[in-house]
Every structure is written in structure tokens, then in C-alpha cells.
Design a protein around this ligand. Structure first.
Ligand code: 3PG
Length: 213
């Protein structure tokens, strides 16, 4: 079987999940996260501005590794790659999406919510999976249980995670990183309060350091 491309290197273990409404703010946002110690960002394809935002971050803030989130189709995967996304994530995984990412050689993190889905994604060549929606599905306890029969899989839990939970997830050896939107509240984005976002990033980085094994 083909093996999925590995994620580009970045050091953050906390991945901001962002809805960008105005591409003009994307570079400032990426730099604000960077100033707080975060060197990767997931721009979700949930807004019209998303692809333009990815393009601008890739071009003007290359120190931040930009990924595309909420990728639901092969077409969106290709659009994200063409815009400059260096990896992609999805809340789920379809055979078409798994195959498209392999063919495009774009590092891809498929979303799963059950062991069967995880096993199917692993069969297709993927070993880093998104656990979504993490908090609703039992949080770290569920991943701890899955680590028994599925010790070879690595996880990026997202969905309902807040700063207070970061260390709980990262304490698990199977958790590679956690994702969430708490780092980039819409109110702060609209107010262009980059200082607030840098502070949230710094706080998350501190918590991720204490969560490290
Ligand atoms: C995602 O797409 O990963 C989630 O929407 C992030 O979940 P959150 O908004 O609850 O952090």
C-alpha cells in the first residue's frame, strides 16, 4: 500500500483551527501566533476568504506552516494544495479523499470517530489521525482506551478542546498535537486584537510544555 506523506516539520503541539473572514488579516494573524511561539496554523475552508488566506500566509509568513482544514472533497484538497497549503485535515475521511491526498502527495490528517474508521485509514496508509469531535467522544479517556489495541496510531484530537485540557491530551504518548479554535476567538480577529492572540498562543505553548512526557 502507498504510504501517506508525512507532515512538514513544525514544533508546536497546539494547532490553531481558524475561520478567516478577511484574507487581509491572515498574515497579521499568523505573525501574532508566531510571536506567541506557534509555528503552524489550520485555516478551515469554511469561509470564502480561506484559500486567499492560505495563499497569503504561505507567501508572506512562511515561518508559519499553513494547513487547510475542513477539507471535505478531492476538489477542495487540490484547491488547498494549489493555494500553498502544506498539509490538510478533514473532520472525516472518505475513500475518495484518502486516495486524492495520496495521489497529490499532500500530507493529510483524516478525521475518525471509531476504531473501525481508524483501521480503515491506517489500511489506506495513514498513521496520524484527527480524533473529532474529541471532547464529545470521551476525550483523553477514549484515546487511552484506543492506545491498547491501536498503539501504532498517532492522534490530533480536536473539537471542544480548551486551554485547560491541553496537558491532559498531550500527556498521552499517542497524542502528537491538539487542535482547537479557542486560540483565535472570532471577537479578537474582528477587533484585530493581535496582542490577545499572541497571549493565547503563549499560554497554550506553556501548557503544552508541561503536558510533554
Ligand atoms: C475542527 O474543525 O477541528 C473543529 O471545528 C475545531 O473544534 P473547536 O472549534 O471546538 O475547537
Amino acid at each position: 500500500a502507498q504510504k501517506a506523506a508525512t507532515l512538514p516539520a513544525f514544533r508546536t503541539r497546539v494547532l490553531p483551527v481558524v475561520v478567516v473572514d478577511d484574507a487581509d488579516h491572515a498574515v497579521d494573524l499568523a505573525r501574532a501566533l508566531w510571536a506567541g511561539g506557534i509555528d503552524a496554523i489550520e485555516v478551515t475552508l469554511r469561509s470564502d476568504a480561506a484559500l486567499a488566506a492560505i495563499e497569503r500566509i504561505a507567501r508572506h509568513a512562511p515561518e508559519v506552516v499553513v494547513g487547510a482544514g475542513t477539507v471535505l472533497s478531492a476538489q477542495q484538497l487540490h484547491q488547498a494544495r494549489d493555494a500553498g497549503a502544506r498539509f490538510a485535515l478533514s473532520p472525516g475521511c472518505t475513500p475518495a479523499l484518502l486516495q486524492a491526498a495520496l495521489s497529490a502527495r499532500l500530507p493529510f490528517v483524516p478525521g475518525v470517530a471509531t476504531p473501525s474508521e481508524a483501521m480503515r485509514a491506517a489500511e489506506a496508509g495513514y498513521s496520524l489521525l484527527k480524533f473529532f469531535p474529541a471532547e464529545s467522544l470521551g476525550g483523553p479517556d477514549t484515546l487511552r482506551a484506543w492506545a491498547g489495541p491501536l498503539p501504532h496510531l498517532r492522534w490530533c484530537p480536536t473539537g471542544g478542546i480548551t486551554a485547560a485540557r491541553v496537558a491532559d491530551y498531550l500527556a498521552l504518548p499517542t497524542v502528537a498535537m491538539v487542535g482547537g479554535s479557542w486560540l483565535t476567538p472570532r471577537s479578537a480577529l474582528q477587533a484585530k486584537d493581535w496582542g490577545a492572540i499572541t497571549a493565547l498562543a503563549r499560554d497554550a505553548v506553556q501548557r503544552s510544555a508541561t503536558g510533554a512526557a
